[in-house]
Write a protein that binds this ligand. Structure first.
Ligand code: PPS
Length: 578
């Protein structure tokens, strides 16, 4: 189903028509019945976000997950097969096993994790994408320190399925329902108010004074109504959770002139693709009825690589949107960084600051550090009600949970260190502590798993999930698995860091020493070929490159080694200095 919106005075949707892929109630009931006999695919968090925006028309003119012709041209030229501008692959990734069960023309039920049928997909294409090529094209790098590259290369299933969608039940949303509008609903809101000139602001962070000043300036300069449309789907690992952010957005609304601004939440899974993401965001906002789009400094930037060099230039995103501004029909409201000018107590674009004037600015990292240290935030930086919301999300470091993740070869000393650390922390501590030791976890959480790469990864992500829950609830998790694969350790780091401290400790005792200890006699069995795929003998151990601590237990007592861990936790503020 499509809707013709040209008559409203609002900008036309991308491709000319706003898609609405939801079917009627009667048809939905038929499809639910049909789904009982179809193959099922359970949508993950990212796929759910994509499905929601496909169904609502946020991704117009797409009518489903991309087929191969669209995908190939998007990857190569930022265009769909018919030439329409589109910078981001929107593909449904599935396992090899699932892909091999499908043929063109099959219908599959896409399900919500709670079980309901979100949509029926009619398969048009099944193929194995070149994910390296996709990562390089979308993100301009293959460096998997980039969160988007990491997702494509490490967290994407190897096959893609394309096909049109019939929407049965939009993914249910239980929070902030009055702030969630589909493109058609938001367009109706604007039409109802007689608005045809709207400027959109995309954000995934709490709004502080600089953002408020920037958005007000954009509204003034374009003479437009302001739409603040924060992303509440997947964002960058470690971001403040969206409940807190949405409360911050509600708090700042009162700093805007009445009736000048609309707040609406966008269920988008961000890719952190900088320039291409900015172009994509502009297209999405066009679908929501916005003819102006704000792009500031480092739009949708993923931060810097390991050497501290930003992945994208600060204004690359503006450049790419500008190149396509005319074709898109969306005006680029480009802004340089806003800075605070102390003597005039105002925010100005950095390019307009009078010569010699003292300017102040604070990064997101500084903000987090100040909140975690319990320091005040200057009034020039933010608003008291926003700060009060953020304080809930950033308890003092001494009250936050954390995870100590020992990794190393069998018999390297991980379990001993974990137990001694637990004893020392119990002696002095106030937080609850849980040990997730390799053998214990395999007994209680992972008893059905073996030692293939797939099973080891599953074992470690289970440990990571439990550790992240413990950390979220402000406890201490001490993990001691082998965890031989870097990418899985990285996943655990991302899961835990969203809620508190993460300390990877590489127990780097050399293989000869571990083998010499051979407490369980397993090295001997591995050498004799009785055990196959034993870590360090005939199975790999990828040495951590960025562990917070490296400890070789060859000539240290467990107490000495644990003292190093405790010193590091104290240094970072998670434990008091005794
Ligand atoms: S993993 O890779 O992280 O999932 O391994 P983990 O769960 O920590 O392993 C726990 C203990 O299993 C014993 N064991 C093996 N280790 C490695 N490879 C093979 N094939 C294997 N088979 C059994 C080993 O003793 C691990 O204990 P630690 O404490 O590391 O010596």
């Amino acid at each position: 189903m499509t809707q013709n919106t040209a008559a409203s005075g609002l900008i036309e949707p991308h491709g000319g028509v706003l898609k609405d892929l939801m079917v009627s109630e009667a048809r939905a009931n038929e499809l639910k019945a049909e789904a009982l006999n179809l193959g099922n695919w359970d949508l993950n968090e990212r796929q759910l976000c994509d499905a929601e925006l496909l169904l609502s028309g946020g991704f117009s003119p797409l009518e489903g997950f991309m087929g191969q012709a669209d995908y190939d041209r998007v990857v190569e030229e930022l265009r769909l097969a018919d030439g329409t501008l589109w910078p981001m692959p929107i593909a449904l990734d599935v396992t090899e096993e699932f892909a091999s069960s499908l043929s063109k023309g099959d219908r599959i039920a896409l399900r919500h994790p709670e079980g309901m049928v979100v949509a029926i997909l009619t398969v048009s294409d099944i193929w194995q994408p070149d994910l390296k090529k996709e990562a390089l094209s979308t993100f301009g790098t293959e460096d998997d320190y980039h969160p988007g590259v990491f997702r494509v290369l490490q967290q994407t299933n190897p096959f893609y399925v394309g096909g049109t969608l019939e929407g049965v039940e939009a993914p249910p949303q239980h929070t902030f329902q009055d702030l969630r509008q589909t493109p058609a609903e938001l367009r109706r809101v604007f039409e109802g108010k007689g608005l045809s000139n709207v400027v959109a602001f995309q954000t995934r962070n709490p709004l502080h004074r600089a953002h408020v000043e920037l958005t007000q300036r954009a509204a003034r300069e374009t003479g437009a109504h302001l739409l603040i449309q924060p992303v509440v789907g997947q964002t960058k690992p470690g971001d403040v959770d969206y409940f807190i952010r949405a409360r911050c957005y509600q708090a700042v609304l009162k700093y805007y002139p009445e009736e000048s601004t609309t707040l609406s939440l966008l269920p988008l899974a961000m890719r952190m693709a900088g320039p291409k993401e900015a172009l994509w965001h502009a297209i999405i906002r066009k679908n929501y009825g916005c003819n102006n789009f704000i792009v500031g400094r480092d739009h949708a930037g993923p931060g810097s690589d390991r050497s501290g060099k930003p992945f994208y230039g600060a204004y690359d995103a503006q450049d790419l949107v500008r190149q396509h501004e005319e074709e898109l029909g969306v005006h680029l409201a480009a802004f340089p960084e806003m800075v605070y000018v102390e003597e005039s107590d105002q925010y100005l674009p950095v390019t307009e600051v009078p010569e010699g004037a003292k300017v102040l600015s604070a990064s997101g990292t500084e903000l987090r550090d100040r909140l975690s240290a319990g320091d005040d935030l200057p009034s020039w930086f933010s608003y008291p009600d926003v700060v009060a919301q953020l304080r809930q999300s950033f308890p003092l470091k001494s009250e936050q949970g954390f995870t100590v993740f020992f990794t190393g070869l069998p018999s390297s000393g991980k379990s001993t260190l974990a137990n001694v650390l637990m004893a020392k922390l119990m002696e002095n501590g106030s937080r609850p502590i849980t040990i997730l030791d390799g053998d214990l976890v395999r007994k209680h959480l992972s008893s059905e798993l073996g030692f293939s790469k797939e099973h080891r990864d599953l074992n470690i992500t289970r440990i990571g999930y439990v550790a992240s829950e413990i950390t979220k609830h402000r406890g201490i998790a001490i993990c001691a698995p082998i965890a031989p694969y870097a990418s899985t350790r990285r996943q655990v780091r991302d899961m835990v860091s969203a809620y508190g401290g993460f300390f990877e400790v590489h127990v780097a005792t050399p293989l000869e020493v571990c083998e010499g200890r051979d407490r369980k006699g397993l090295y001997a069995k591995a050498r004799a070929g009785i055990i196959k795929g034993f870590t360090g003998i005939d199975d790999p151990y990828e040495v951590p490159e960025h562990a917070e601590l490296v400890i070789d237990t060859t000539s240290l007592t467990a107490e000495e080694a644990v003292a190093q861990v405790i010193a590091r936790l104290q240094e970072d503020g998670y434990l008091p200095v005794s």
